[in-house]
Design a binder for this molecule. Structure first.
Ligand SMILES: [Zn+2]
Length: 113
């Protein structure tokens, strides 16, 4: 359950930005979530509805942009996206790989009125 702390930090940033912009209402929140971040859109929305209640972000629509998992081969340096079941490097076949993308979750932008 990573969604709640994530949603809380998103709301905090949203509030700071709307205060600076003197916005009256938040209508949309754009989130970027990697495929490896273990976050379920529905859960994020569920917690968002709870924590944003009573704030100017209440009722804001969440938009999810999914990022694919990206790996890098430790042997030849090739970066590649996971295709299906094959984790091994497509160039040299090595299985010594590290995750270089797709495990992040962040707030990209907000839409205000
Ligand atoms: Zn390789």
């Amino acid at each position: 359950m990573h969604e709640l702390p994530f949603v809380e930090s998103v709301l905090k940033i949203t509030m700071e930005q709307t205060e600076q912009a003197k916005a009256k209402r938040v209508v949309g929140v754009n989130l970027v979530i990697g495929d490896l971040a273990s976050m379920v859109d529905e859960s994020v929305q569920f917690y968002w509805d709870i924590v944003s209640e009573g704030t100017i972000a209440e009722g804001a629509k969440l938009h999810f942009k999914r990022l694919p998992a990206v790996f890098q081969c430790k042997d030849c340096g090739t970066k590649y996206q996971l295709d299906g079941q094959h984790l091994a490097c497509p160039k040299c076949g090595s299985t010594r790989v590290s995750i270089v993308g797709g495990d992040e979750a962040r707030l990209e932008s907000i839409e205000v009125e």
